[in-house]
Structure formats: C-alpha cells, structure tokens
Design a protein around this ligand. Sequence first.
Ligand SMILES: *Cc1c(COP(=O)(O)O)cnc(C)c1O
Ligand code: SF4
Length: 337
Amino acid sequence: MTGSTNANQHHSENWQQQLAAGFSDIEKLCRYLQLVPADLGISRTAAAAFPLRVPQGFAARMEKGNPEDPLLLQVLPVEQEMHPYPGFGTDPVGDLDAISETGVLHKYHGRVLFIISGSCAINCRYCFRRHFPYADVQLSRKKQRAAVQYIEDNPAISEVILSGGEPLLWNDARLGELFQRLASIDHLQRIRIHSRLPIVLPSRITPQLLDCLGQSRQQVILVLHSNHANEISTDVAIVCKALRQRNITLLNQSVLLKNINDSPGKLCLLSEKLFQAGILPYYLHLLDKTTGTGHFLVSETNARNIIREVQNRLPGYLVPKLVKEEAGRLSKTAIAL
Ligand SMILES: *Cc1c(COP(=O)(O)O)cnc(C)c1O
Ligand code: SF4
C-alpha cells in the first residue's frame, strides 16, 4: 500500500515537473531543433502578447532542422500574427462575457460546459485563448458549488463538459472531488472532458486519474485534440490504451489549419493514427476567426473539397464531421459536403 502510494506520488510529481520544464524561450527551442531564429519570421510582439509555451515531449516530436514542421508551426510566435485580416476579432464565437461571470456555459440542449481552468500546457497560436481573461475564468470552489447546483436544478442536463483552457491541469485530488460531487446527481449520465493534455503531456494520465475516471458513476468521454499524425507518439498510444482499458470513450477533434493539416493525405494519416491508438475522429473545426490567426485560415470551399476527398479514401467512421462554430446557434454548424 505504502509502496504504491509512493510510486503514484512520484508519477504525479512527474507531470507537474515536466509541465514546468517546458520550453518558453524561443532561442532555446530553436537551438534544440537546430534552427536559426532569424530564418523563422519570429515576432517578439506576438510572443509578448501570447508567449511561447510547449512541453519538451511535444517538441521532441518535431523534426530537427525543419522550419516548416507541422508541430512547430502550431506553437511558434510569427510575424504573420500581426497582420490584420478582415472579419477576425477577439471573441468570434461571442462566449467570453457569459463564461467569465459564471464559469458555466449552457448553450446547447442537455449539455452544460464548465470552464475548469483557463490555462494550458501549450500555447497553440491558432487558439481563441490568446485573448482570454484568464484570472477570471477558473472555476473557484465557490463557482464550482454554484455550477454543480445549476446541474442539480436542471433535470434536462444529461451531460457535463469539462473544458477550458485545459481541465486536466487540475490535480487529481481536485478533479476527484468534482467527480464525487457529480456522482450524486442522478439525471447526469455523462461526463465529457475536452483536453489536449494526453496528447501534449501524456504523463498527465496518472494512475490516480485513471482510477478517478474508471470508477466514475457516469460514463466518461475524453475528447482529445490532435491536429497532425506526428502528434500521436508511442507514449500517447500507451496512455490511450490504459484509458480504454478503463472503458473511457476516446474521441478527437482537430482544427483545419493551413500548412499544417490542410490536405486529404495528412488528414487520412491522422485518422489512421488516431484509430490505431483507439481514438475515433469526431470533429474537424473550421478556424474560429480570432485576431492573430488569419494565416491559418482554410476557406470553407477548400475545406469541403479536402474532406470530400478524405471521404473517398477512408471508411465512414474515420471521417471527422466538418463543422464551424457560429454565435447564437443551438449546435455546431455542420458544413454540407
Ligand atoms: C462545442 C460545445 C458543446 C459540445 O457540443 P457537441 O456538439 O455535443 O460536441 C457544448 N457546449 C458548448 C458551449 C460548446 O461550445
Ligand atoms: S485551449 Fe487547446 S488549442 Fe487552445 S491553447 Fe489550450 S491546448 Fe491549445
């Protein structure tokens, strides 16, 4: 008993140390990748507004000496972020006000979304989070009580989505507490976690977390976020297997990103790699039009052509649904092919 506790403690310190040891210095990352910063179109202004942040294990999957590596392009602060693009703003989906007040977002029927943690292990350049008022959004204990009460008072809610930012940045004890609270709500059937951590920092899947998710009274769905086949490393596949052994359903959502995954070949490879790891493709999102991300945009017409070709090449269950998010809708908007 004591022995296993020690081993577990060691494991959980591990992910927090790895998190703290991630790259936050552009020069260091460039040295590690054998790249010359001057060749990369780096923007100090962009980095000051939304800093570089990338776990070492994720950087290890980047190809050395390749300035166009698809994983590097997701995290490198570049000059293009400073170009204005028409139609791009700081709150494209219109959620920010609603979120920061309550920590709860109830837009869709039967599903309520909790903003667990506003921060992340990695700063993805295409993300809306670059304009997010972080300090305000964390689900404090007080907000948590109100949020759980909100579900208790609404029998029509059958699913809670733990999102962020990054919900798995909460430690095991804090998540365990929340799961315990949720366990007593009879009408709540599913707990869904939206997280990029199993991809970018797989050591986060500790034995305690596996126990917590595996013993949940509600069914647990983990929606991962991976955009490129190179992200699915052996250690990612190993933790996915452990999750599946606990009956956790694994899905993946991606964002369609120019020069990163905007071809049928790349998306087919991603779907194949995901399925090998026991993950089903769920959504392929069109980019939210967030200021600073215009250079990642793939037009709706191109997106349709790409996904049609994916559909021609793969079995139906490996084709993600192409969607976009629009303010004021009752669901994500499916894009007809
Ligand atoms: C995306 C989203 C959901 C989940 O939608 P699904 O289509 O069920 O995946 C729920 N609530 C909010 C606010 C969302 O943005
Ligand atoms: S919310 Fe997801 S996409 Fe955005 S920075 Fe965090 S991990 Fe990246």
